[in-house]
Ligand binder design. Structure first.
Ligand code: SAM
Length: 274
């Protein structure tokens, strides 16, 4: 632990390596360790836990995660950060592995070596949603996820029926995991500051997560229903069976997508292809 405590401030590390943020990779850094320690606390990880972190960048969140005693596998696409991250690995011997890779293509289960793993990340905005959908619906099932998103995306993940933010992402996310916003982060918390505020969402995969075929059906139903969210289901779901599908699922065809609960969407998905 002492070696971690001896590391220079993050801003000094960035300057020493001559690193400037790249917009194309969604680089907005958290250089205040008070903030990254708070995220590590919210992730509730500690000694004996394995964390997969996407996009460690200069390593502020990585440092906070290592301070908890956890082991970290960090996936970073930008090779410029690798020397700096190796310094961090040397300060926490045997507990940080850095993988130079694109997280979209990463095989997290293999990286975790079959062990249960938490995912913790200040996500690059441009790939945040596809990465979340991958972790919600793919073969690799995280123990829990603690993820920083643009606030608007965070709200779309946890939105309830009737809310303007309620849509496909809310239905898919909530069918697969229980989630809540656990922290707000104003734009000024980041270097450089992004245009919008952010928020941390903590998600725990549900034991009754739909199987792949059921998820495919759910994707189809939500795509059709929210593709024409102002129309009644009898019309927006017409290509999938319209009135008959609604009747079989026990859902009033005069309703609109945004009023349906996740359970009602699942009931519609279960009638598809029957
Ligand atoms: N974790 C650092 C922090 O909080 O200061 C950096 C967060 S920054 C918002 C996003 C990081 O993800 C950057 O380091 C960026 O290079 C990296 N990144 C962007 N796209 C990536 C991808 N497809 N796979 C892995 N890392 C990626």
């Amino acid at each position: 632990m002492s070696a971690l405590a001896d590391l220079p401030p993050l801003r000094e590390s960035l300057d020493a390596h001559g690193l400037l943020a790249r917009k194309s990779l969604g680089q907005h850094f958290l250089l205040d360790l008070n903030i990254t320690r708070k995220i590590a606390r919210l992730a509730a990880v500690g000694e004996g836990d394995l964390v997969i972190e996407v996009g460690p960048g200069p390593g502020g969140l990585t440092r906070a995660l290592l301070e908890t005693g956890a082991e970290v596998v960090a996936i970073e696409k930008d090779e410029r950060f690798l020397p700096l991250l190796q310094e961090l690995a040397a300060a926490a011997p045997g507990r940080l592995r850095v993988e130079h890779a694109d997280a979209l293509a990463a095989d997290e289960a293999a990286l975790a070596g079959g062990r249960p793993a938490h995912v913790v990340s200040n996500l690059p905005y441009n790939v945040g949603t596809p990465l979340l959908v991958k972790w919600l619906t793919g073969d690799f099932r995280p123990a829990a996820m603690t993820l920083m998103f643009q606030k608007e995306v965070a709200q779309r993940i946890v939105a309830a029926p009737g809310a303007s933010a309620y849509g496909r992402l809310a239905v898919i996310a909530q069918a697969c995991a229980d989630g809540q916003i656990v922290m707000d982060a104003p734009a000024r918390a980041f270097t450089p500051p992004p245009k919008v505020d952010s928020a941390v969402v903590r998600l725990t995969p549900r034991a009754d997560r739909p199987a792949p075929a059921r998820l495919d059906a759910l994707q189809a139903v939500t795509a059709a229903a929210f593709g024409q969210r102002r129309k009644m289901l009898r019309s927006s779901l017409k290509p999938l069976g319209g009135e008959a599908l609604c009747a079989a699922a026990g859902v009033d065809p005069a309703r609109r997508a945004e009023t349906l609960s996740v359970a009602e969407f699942l009931a519609l998905a279960d009638q598809l292809g029957r």
